[in-house]
Design a binder for this molecule. Structure first.
Ligand code: AMP
Length: 360
């Protein structure tokens, strides 16, 4: 069995690291062999706009998945003519456009923010009157880590936001003064069996995830999130791991977005869950049974952004695990993460605090 992964970043690297011990080979498609996954698996060098290369890549593997939703649907469709591609093209198409995603939430009765499609300054003025300010203006496509977003506090901001983002199709969302942000990671196999991880609490700064904590214990909202996920998985004929990000406001969930893949907020599962999100994605797309998704102990994940913390010092913390993606440092770039797992919540918090004091 050989899995093809479109992309060779850190998510592909961690998928490969989960596949190898269960006897599944991995081949990643990338433009060069300098990406994180190249440290652990083979790279098929080719570009997504080369039909011939795509064809050759597909002929080398049994099933294909992708690590990033910002890829051309046509390229994935041409791969799917040769081998199965999971998650479905429907999932990819929907999740790469924030407007389609929000419309899907509406259709499935999943509460979300108030929103409007924006294609002109007139649309923007109308939305700011009808939905109101403050708000967030976002590009419909290709946004990640807070990129392509503009906070709107007043009418003047609308003018400058339009100047910055106006050449793209946009979406206007009301600003949610959330209590916290959580994510639900689910996995669905080829027989339709579904497993859910416990809700994860996520702390962002400047639109970039900094810290995740699991489990976020709230039985009512866990059940609610699972019901929403089930509707999405069914509607999208989903196979693999899927993540939904929610805002929590007035003890209710408001869906923000879906990632059709393993997710940064689930990296703690490598050490803190019975089966990691990476292994469960590999199992699902390889037609194997899913593994259990329970939390082994309270866990945290801290992203290392822009620079790595001193590894030797981090590893002196007894409950810490260090992951270096082998990427060159750049401001705001995710270079690695630290997982912390501890039955003792106070000690877990002390370790989180200690990491903040370790220099880079
Ligand atoms: P996103 O790319 O949509 O996940 O946005 C990145 C981060 O920006 C989110 O995790 C939130 O912290 C914040 N954010 C995005 N949309 C909104 C919103 N409508 N209201 C308040 N905060 C938001």
């Amino acid at each position: 069995m050989k899995i093809g992964i479109v992309g060779a970043g850190q998510l592909a690297q961690m998928l490969a690291l989960a596949a190898i011990p269960i006897g599944i080979e991995v081949l990643c498609l990338a433009e060069d062999n300098t990406k994180p996954a190249a440290t652990v698996t083979d790279i098929f060098i080719g570009e997504l706009n080369s039909p011939q290369k795509l064809h050759e890549f597909a002929e080398h593997v049994d099933v294909i998945t992708y690590e990033n939703e910002n890829i051309p649907v046509d390229a994935i469709r041409s791969l799917a003519e040769i081998v199965p591609v999971y998650p479905s093209i429907k999932a990819l198409q929907t999740t790469q456009d924030r407007l389609l995603e929000k419309q899907l939430f509406d259709r499935l009765n999943i509460p979300t923010v108030k929103y409007a499609a924006i294609d002109s300054m007139a649309d923007l003025q109308q939305a700011s009157e009808h939905i109101g300010l403050p708000a967030v203006l976002k590009t419909r496509r290709f946004g990640y880590d807070g990129k392509g977003q503009y906070r709107l506090a007043n009418e003047d901001d609308c003018q400058s936001a339009w100047k910055t983002l106006g050449e793209h199709p946009l979406i206007f969302e009301n600003f949610i003064a959330f209590e916290t942000e959580v994510s639900l990671i689910s996995a669905r196999d080829q027989l339709g069996n579904t497993h859910y991880y416990p809700l994860i609490e996520n702390m962002h700064k400047d639109g970039i995830l900094r810290l995740s904590y699991a489990p976020w214990q709230n039985n009512t909202l866990q059940a609610q999130a699972e019901r929403y996920a089930q509707r999405l998985l069914d509607e999208l004929d989903y196979i693999g791991v899927m993540t939904i990000e929610f805002f929590v406001v007035n003890n209710q969930l408001l869906a923000n977005e879906i990632a059709p893949r393993v997710h940064n907020s689930g990296h703690w599962t490598i050490n803190g869950a019975a089966t990691s999100q990476f292994e469960n994605h590999v199992r699902a797309i390889s037609n194997l049974a899913l593994g259990q998704t329970g939390c082994l102990a309270p866990s945290a994940m801290i992203n290392m952004i822009g620079e790595l913390n001193d590894r030797d010092e981090v590893l002196k913390i007894p409950n810490a695990h260090f992951y270096d993606y082998a990427k060159s440092p750049r401001p705001n770039r995710k270079l690695g993460h630290i997982n912390l797992v501890d039955h003792d919540k106070k000690r877990l918090q002390a370790s989180i605090d200690k990491i903040q004091t370790i220099k880079c």
